[in-house]
Design a protein around this ligand. Structure first.
Ligand code: DX5
Ligand code: ZN
Length: 215
């Protein structure tokens, strides 16, 4: 499986997004992870489609949009138009999951489905034929800088056994050490916020994450 590193802009300096995006691009990031929070599905409010559209104009790396919102069906078009390449939303949301997947794909994007730490990974199984990626959250969604939950590892393993060639993403508490655990369990797409942006050398950190994920 290809290893993909997706720095989460949630941990970047929002006053200098263009500079922060350039660091990821130069550092060889495979994706740019954009966390959208509505203050309802999760307690925080982050950024919305207009900010993503502005970022898209100054960055050539594909955009990996993580919707932590209650009604992804209603908002999907906004993020498609903003330039998302893959849109991932949660099984725990209020929208019709199949209709939301179909809307994302009809809009020309790839669709991903996410599960929180306490949600069984089996909840995504019935949708797998249309999904480009499954995100196994390795922290409770809503905040950056939390500790990786090892209790999520069996879900990653189970999903990898069922789907040998699916992109399996992990998000939350991924650093140069925990990336090894998630990689060994079968993940191949790694979101990292604090680890990348709070490091002295984001490009070097991206490289270490990639090497350690393979190890
Ligand atoms: C949390 C977000 C993550 C967050 C990860 O709800 O989905 O993408 O930015 O941050 P770190 O890597 O700092 O745990
Ligand atoms: Zn995320």
């Amino acid at each position: 499986m290809d290893i993909k590193i997706s720095p989460s802009m949630l941990a970047s300096d929002y006053a200098n997004l263009q500079t922060e995006l350039a660091k990821c691009e130069k550092g060889g990031a495979d994706l740019i992870h954009l966390d959208v929070m509505d203050g309802h599905f999760v307690p925080n409010i982050s950024i919305g489609a207009p900010v993503i559209a502005a970022m898209k104009k100054v960055c050539a790396v594909p955009f990996d949009v993580h919707l932590m919102i209650s009604d992804p069906y209603f908002y999907a078009d906004d993020f498609i138009k903003a330039g998302a390449d893959i849109i991932t939303f949660h099984t725990e949301c209020d929208s019709d999951i199949q209709k939301t997947i179909d809307k994302i794909i009809a809009g020309g994007c790839k669709a991903g489905l996410a599960v929180k730490p306490n949600t069984p990974v089996e909840d995504v199984f019935e949708y797998l034929d249309k999904l480009s990626m499954v995100l196994v959250m390795t922290v409770e969604p809503g905040f950056g800088g939390q500790s990786f939950m090892e209790s999520t590892l069996p879900k990653i393993k189970a999903l990898r056994e069922k789907c040998p060639s699916l992109d399996i993403q992990v998000d939350g508490g991924i650093n140069t050490e925990t990336v090894k655990l998630a990689g060994k369990a079968g993940a191949n797409v790694f979101v990292a916020g604090s680890a990348v942006f709070k490091s002295d050398d984001p490009a070097k950190t991206i490289e270490i994450l990639r090497n350690n994920a393979r190890a």
